[in-house]
Design a protein around this ligand. Structure first.
Ligand code: HEM
Length: 130
């Protein structure tokens, strides 16, 4: 099966799991004080909805959609705006893969590898705008 199809199916199972985004942010915020500091004034309920669409954009880009949305994310996360250092994306990926492991009851080893490939492709676009 294609990586992007594996990821779409796995993401569908994760989104159907009620605490997926809560658990992702709990894990992501716990991974570093530098991350917590960025979200002190954030409405986390709204942020969870934004992330739901943000992950979908990463998957759609890997499926061939133009990079317009990801370049806009790159701009908002760049040093002039949110100033999200490129190294922080490693913590983001680690927290996401851990949370997927907890919520996707049908996850196979190949799915995790597919997730890595798909996420990195889009994250490279975001980081390039830093
Ligand atoms: C805001 C997605 C990585 C910190 C946002 C928004 C989206 C988003 C959709 C809403 C505003 C906008 O569209 O710019 C993503 C995706 C990521 C990612 C898909 C991974 C590829 C990160 C990382 C950090 C971070 C690594 C590090 C701390 C923030 C902050 C905001 C934000 C601080 C603004 C929150 C506020 O409004 O208070 N992100 N993000 N993001 N993101 Fe990210």
């Amino acid at each position: 099966m294609k990586d992007t199809n594996r990821v779409m199916q796995s993401y569908g199972r994760c989104c159907a799991s009620p605490d997926f985004f809560d658990d992702f942010y709990a894990s992501f915020l716990a991974s570093s004080p530098a991350i917590r500091e960025k979200f002190v004034r954030t409405d986390m309920t709204a942020q969870k909805q934004l992330l739901r669409a943000g992950i979908l954009n990463l998957v759609l880009f890997a499926r061939g959609m133009p990079d317009t949305k990801l370049r806009a994310l790159g701009k908002s996360h760049s040093r002039e705006q949110l100033n999200i250092h490129p190294e922080l994306y490693d913590l983001w990926i680690a927290a996401l893969l851990k949370t997927i492991g907890q919520h996707d009851g049908e996850l196979q080893q190949q799915d995790l590898q597919a997730w890595r490939t798909v996420l990195n492709k889009g994250i490279d676009v975001i980081k390039a705008a830093y």
